[in-house]
Design a protein around this ligand. Structure first.
Ligand SMILES: Cc1ncc(COP(=O)(O)O)c(C=O)c1O
Length: 374
């Protein structure tokens, strides 16, 4: 386990200082890319599927941000799969009925194959979630959810689950450690799609799991070793490079997101805006209680059909019509273009991953595209 403890530095400092080589005359400033499938016998790593110094550097940095010992995986979904693979057959999982479509699909497949039993709940309804916890083995939380931006009352739900001895895992991809730290609230495992804000440049797919439990760490490390879901050293290096500017990027993108959410709310071609940072959002007061900010994803419903909404997404010049999120460049898409997206997501919902461009340029692009769909 790589140690993350003993740092009282702010995340802005940690992002820049964590995961560097030991300082010595002429030592590397940056962790080199370790391209080795094997290592001379006698050391702690032994083989390239068991460990790699570039992974360790990345894991040290994510661990310091999240406050837990961290393992990196070949993708966010590989990290999610590692968590589910540690459950006994027949385990009862409680999860949101609306969340990242890849996780929802995986849950459906594991349930269909009778590997787990799943109870899906409205994550924003704290009482409904707590009622479903009886007899559960794992509470899987994603908050805010992708793409509906529902907010789970993390402190209340984690407390309720832990008092019943239920494992709690939180997908922190949208919020990031900058605005919420589930491990500090008592969660057992935090998952990140490192692909998104941490790496930040839409050029790498990676995932991570952080935990303070040696038992979970061992089980999750074994899952990585023996399922073989390891990150590539180059990808780990790229992600660590991205982390150096993560707080700067995230703050700028979040400011842009709030401003765009406000402007979208007043637009005649927009039926509804979802952004937990908007004072009018139904989740705003709850989010404010434990989140340190509201992130950089905005979802809104276009006042038009699915095909008109597709025209909107295809019409922008600065924002790219593409899936994914968390990069410096703004992306948007109509989520229901994906057959696996939940039918509870409206056909005309557009999710914007707001980037770091000038906000007035973004707004001019959005306004022109909204008109083009009409
Ligand atoms: C909230 C969330 N969790 C998990 C994932 C899966 O991550 P990856 O694409 O890195 O496998 C995604 C991907 O979009 C996501 O948005």
């Amino acid at each position: 386990m790589s140690s993350h403890r003993g740092s009282d530095q702010k995340p802005e400092t940690i992002a820049i200082t964590a995961g560097r080589p030991v300082v010595a005359p002429d030592s590397d400033l940056n962790q080199p890319i370790s391209l080795n499938s094997t290592f001379t016998a006698g050391g702690p790593i032994g083989y390239g599927r068991y460990g790699n110094e570039t992974w360790t550097a990345l894991e040290t940095a994510i661990g310091a941000l999240e406050g837990g010992d961290t393992l990196s995986y070949s993708s966010g979904m590989a990290a999610v799969s590692a968590v589910f693979s540690t459950l006994p057959v027949g385990a009862k999982v409680v999860a949101s009925n609306q969340g990242y479509s890849g996780v929802m699909t995986l849950l459906g497949k594991l349930t269909e194959a009778k590997k787990i039993c799943t109870t899906l709940v409205s994550i924003a309804d704290t009482n409904e979630v707590i009622t479903a916890l009886d007899g559960a083995d794992l509470l899987w939380l994603e908050s805010p959810t992708n793409p509906s931006l529902d907010v789970a009352d993390l402190p209340a739900l984690i407390k309720a689950a832990k008092s019943r001895n239920i494992i709690v895992a939180v997908d922190n991809t949208f919020a990031t450690a900058l605005i919420q730290k589930p491990l500090l609230m008592g969660a057992d495992i935090v998952m990140n799609s490192v692909t998104k804000y941490l790496a930040g440049h839409s050029d790498v797919i990676l995932g991570s799991l952080s935990t303070n439990s040696p038992e979970h760490y061992k089980a999750l490390e074994d899952a990585r070793k023996f399922n073989g879901s390891i990150p590539g050293p180059f990808e780990a290096w790229l992600a660590l490079r991205g982390i150096r500017t993560f707080p700067l990027r995230f703050q700028r993108a979040s400011e842009n997101a709030l401003e765009l959410a406000k402007r979208l709310s007043g637009h005649s071609l927009v039926a509804r805006v979802r952004y937990p940072g908007l004072p009018t959002d139904p989740q705003h007061l709850k989010a404010k209680e434990f989140m340190n900010g509201f992130g950089a994803i905005v979802s809104f419903e276009y006042a038009g059909s699915a095909s008109a909404t597709d025209r909107v997404c295809a019409s922008s010049k600065i924002i790219t019509n593409a899936t994914s999120l968390g990069g410096v460049e703004s992306l948007w898409e109509r989520r229901r273009r994906w057959p696996i997206e939940s039918s509870s997501v409206p056909e005309s919902l557009i999710r914007i991953s707001v980037g770091c461009e000038d906000v007035d340029d973004l707004w001019a692009d959005i306004d022109a595209a909204l008109q083009a769909g009409n």
